[in-house]
Structure formats: C-alpha cells, structure tokens
Ligand binder design. Structure first.
Ligand SMILES: Cc1cc2nc3c(=O)[nH]c(=O)nc-3n(C[C@H](O)[C@H](O)[C@H](O)COP(=O)(O)OP(=O)(O)OC[C@H]3O[C@@H](n4cnc5c(N)ncnc54)[C@H](O)[C@@H]3O)c2cc1C
Length: 425
C-alpha cells in the first residue's frame, strides 16, 4: 500500500511517520530542497495549551516528533507576555534532525518535487504530476502543502513579497492539490473581511544585535525592549495570523526570542524604526526575510474535511496542518498530521477512520475548528492551543493541564495509548 504525502512541513512529516507505523510504504514529495517548511522558522513549542497537546501526541504514539523539538530546544520553561512554560527550539537544527529520523524509518523523501496537477478517476486520485513532468502513483494521498500562497498572493494581499522560507521565485508557487482535484478551497479572512493574514514574526541576525542583547538572549531566551511612544502601531495586531500574540504588549514592546536567530514577534518592522532602539542600531533581517516591509500571507487555501482528516468529496485524499483548517503552529500541524497519517492506512483498508474524542485537546480542536470554519465569524478566527479563543476554551473545558501523568491517564482511559504505533496492515 503506497501513501503519498504532498508537502514536507511538520504536518507532512507527522503524517509520513504515522502512515509508516501503520504499515504503509510512504513517499514525501517536497517542492523545496529542505524538509519542515515553516518549521524552519518559528520554534516556539509547549507554550500554554500546546504543552497539553504535545503530551497527548506523545501518548498517542508519535512522540519522536516531540523528541526532536525537545532535544533541539535552546531554552525551556520560558515565560513571555501572555505565554508560559514555552520551549524554544533552534530553527537551524530541527530540519536535518527530522530528515534523519524519516530516513531511519525508511520513508522516501523526494526533494524539488513540486506537485502541479492530479490524475483523477471519478472521486479517486490515481496519481500526481510533478513540475518536472514525472508522474507519481499512489493508493492514498495526504495533502500537507500549508496555506501560504504563491508570491503573487503576498503582493496581492500583503505588503509585497517577503521572500519567505518557501522561496517561491526559486522553487515555484504552491498549488492547491484539492482544488486541482475539483474541491473548492476555503479562504481565511482578517477582521475586516479581506483575505489572508500576515505571518506573525520575522527573524533578525543575532550578529547584528548589541553584545548585551545577545548575551541576555542566550542566557534567558527572551529580551523585551520598549518601543518609542511615537512608533507604537496597534493596528498591526489586527493583521497577524497569530492571534495568541495579538496582545498590546506585542505592539508596545519589541519582544525577541532566542530560536537560533533572534525571533522578532511582530509581522514586520520598518528597519529605520527598529534601528532607533538601543542595541538594535545595526539590526538586519536574516536572509531571505524582508521583514522591514512585508511578510508571507497565509490561510488562502484550506480543504473542507471531516474529523478523521479526509477531504470531503474525494475518496482517497486526506489533509493536515494549515491546509486542514485555520490552525496555527508546529504542534497543531503535528497533531493533525499524525492523525491523517494513521487514518491513511485505515482509509486504504476500508476501516472506519479514527476520530479523537472531545475529551482530548486534539480531538476537540479538530472538531471545533471544523464546526467554526462553516460560519462567517469562524473564518476570521485562528485555532491554536497556544492562546486566543481556543486556549480559553481549553481552560473552560478543563482540557488544559501540564500534569504529564494526568494526560497519560486521559489517553489510557479512552484506550488510545500508543494507537499510532499499531501496525494495521
Ligand atoms: C514567520 C513564522 C513564524 C512562526 N512561528 C511559529 C512558532 O514559533 N511556533 C509555532 O508553533 N508555529 C509557528 N508558526 C506557524 C507554523 O510554522 C505553521 O503553522 C506550521 O509549521 C505549518 O505546518 P504545515 O505542515 O501545515 O505547513 P508548511 O510548513 O507550510 O509546509 C508545507 C510544505 O509543503 C511544501 N509544498 C507546498 N506546495 C507544494 C507542492 N505543490 N508540492 C510539493 N510540496 C509543496 C512546502 O514547500 C512546505 O515544505 C510560524 C509561521 C511563520 C510563517
């Protein structure tokens, strides 16, 4: 049985791993020359409700993913405005670590393999075409291409192309596979109903910051610098993808986190204003980010799906990560991806798909986001364990806890301990 995963971000890697555990032959098709997609930026894990979700992923049987991010963490138990007990992984280390894990599990990774079209017979995808003209067949396909559109979308909905980590000009634009297969995309909106959302952070070279800032970043993981009053821009909070960081503190201060680079927790920041701040006089963005002006635009293509992650209207396509809803985050991508991978084998065998129950944080966010995305208000919301409305819901439903034993008992009680490790074929 062959499972083809399209897109090698966190959700694609998680899908590949659990599809392999369940007994499939797995190939990942990745359009760039690097694994992990947006996992190569970011790095914040285990903040707020993500702690609970991470432990659920471990107990469901996909713990290798968290082993990587925990091992690559430069700082643990970090607190910063609105966020507690975060781990910050080194974004320069995780990609190769993940690649080694996938290879050790005998998962085939094809780089520079951009899917541009599908061959469909009735409701079933038979194979996909790569930009090179090559044709790849499979029994089940999982789309994990994220929601970042091509460069044209950054121009249309943002402040110019950000030259983000996915590097469209070099590797070609993202394609919505589900749309190529005839399923209309859902589009996320901003508060004012325009489409897309700015990524919520950019990255600065540590070498361009003052010694004092670098020392503090390296030892504590966080540096908070007040923004001069005349430069505070509250409006920018409304365009952020990451509603968990759309707090006043993030406009009133420059918040830097150590993720290998200095992660600047704002959508973009004009460089001449940035350089007015003490210690940032020489600040510059890491290539290829033009964080002084623009940023990547996301949430322009989600597939309608059920709670087992199968795309509605197609027999053999599943989806995960940003493609499967307005989910923000590495943990959210791992949580949805590991379920999609496991279910790919069930789908191939005609066994009912696994749906995680509501008394797990992962099960609840998957069904809650699905229900919400069908409403106009729901398209303006982002879903993350880390903050905003969904973290509040987690707390209200008593789903949030940092007690590892309690989380293990929760998964054990519903009979799903290490379910992803079970070989089905
Ligand atoms: C600047 C920034 C900072 C962030 N910071 C954090 C953070 O600190 N913590 C956190 O939890 N989250 C963070 N996020 C969000 C998080 O990175 C994403 O939500 C998550 O990683 C998305 O994973 P994904 O697998 O769904 O998609 P992606 O990571 O977008 O992966 C999609 C993959 O598919 C490939 N692909 C696309 N089209 C094709 C095609 N046609 N054929 C083949 N391959 C294709 C892409 O190259 C890419 O590798 C950040 C995001 C950004 C942009």
């Amino acid at each position: 049985m062959k499972v083809v995963v399209i897109g090698g971000g966190w959700s694609g890697c998680a899908s590949a791993l659990t599809a392999k555990y369940a007994g499939a032959d797995v190939t990942i098709l990745e359009k760039t020359d690097m694994i992990l997609g947006l996992g190569n930026v970011g790095g914040i894990m285990r903040n707020n409700g993500r702690y609970t979700a991470a432990e659920e992923i471990i107990n469901l049987g996909a713990g290798e993913l968290l082993e990587i991010t925990d091992k690559a963490s430069l700082h643990t138990k970090v607190n910063f405005p609105g966020h507690n007990h975060a781990s910050l992984y080194d974004v320069t280390k995780v990609g190769p670590m993940m690649q080694n894990l996938l290879i050790s599990k005998d998962i085939n990774i094809m780089y520079m393999a951009r899917v541009v079209d599908v061959n469909k017979d009735k409701g079933k995808i038979k194979g996909v075409y790569l930009a090179t003209g090559e044709y790849i067949e499979g029994d089940i396909f999982i789309e994990t291409t994220g929601s970042t559109g091509p460069m044209g979308n950054c121009l249309r909905y943002g402040n110019g192309c950000s030259m983000c980590i996915l590097r469209c000009p070099s590797f070609g634009p993202r394609v919505s596979i589900s749309k190529r297969a005839g399923i209309e995309d859902l589009l996320g909106q901003r508060g004012d109903e325009s489409y897309g959302a700015f990524s919520g952070s950019c990255e600065l070279c540590k070498e361009s910051l003052s010694d004092e800032i670098v020392e503090k970043l390296n030892s504590e993981g966080v540096v908070i610098l007040p923004v001069p009053k005349e430069d505070i821009n509250m409006d920018k909070l409304k365009v952020k993808v990451c509603q968990q960081y759309a707090l006043d503190e993030y406009a009133e201060n420059i918040i830097l986190l150590d993720t290998g680079y200095a992660k600047l927790m704002t959508t973009y920041y004009p460089i001449e204003k940035l350089r007015k701040v003490k210690g940032l006089e020489r600040a510059r963005y890491v290539d290829p980010y033009s964080g002084g002006k623009g940023n990547s635009i996301r949430y322009l293509s989600m597939a309608p799906r059920n709670n087992g992650m199968k795309v509605e209207g197609l027999d053999n396509l599943l989806c995960a990560g940003e493609k499967s809803g307005l989910f923000v985050g590495h943990t959210e991508a791992m949580a949805t991806g590991s379920l999609a991978g496991h279910n790919s084998v069930r789908l191939a065998l005609g066994i009912p798909l696994l749906e995680l129950p509501h008394n797990t944080a992962i099960g609840d966010i998957i069904s809650f986001a699905n229900q919400m995305v069908k409403t106009p208000e729901g398209l303006k919301t982002r879903y993350t364990f880390a903050g905003a409305d969904y973290f509040q819901r987690m707390k209200d439903l008593n789903l949030y806890t940092t007690d590892n034993e309690k989380i293990k008992e929760r998964i054990e009680r519903i009979g799903l301990l290490n379910i992803y490790k079970e070989k089905i074929v």
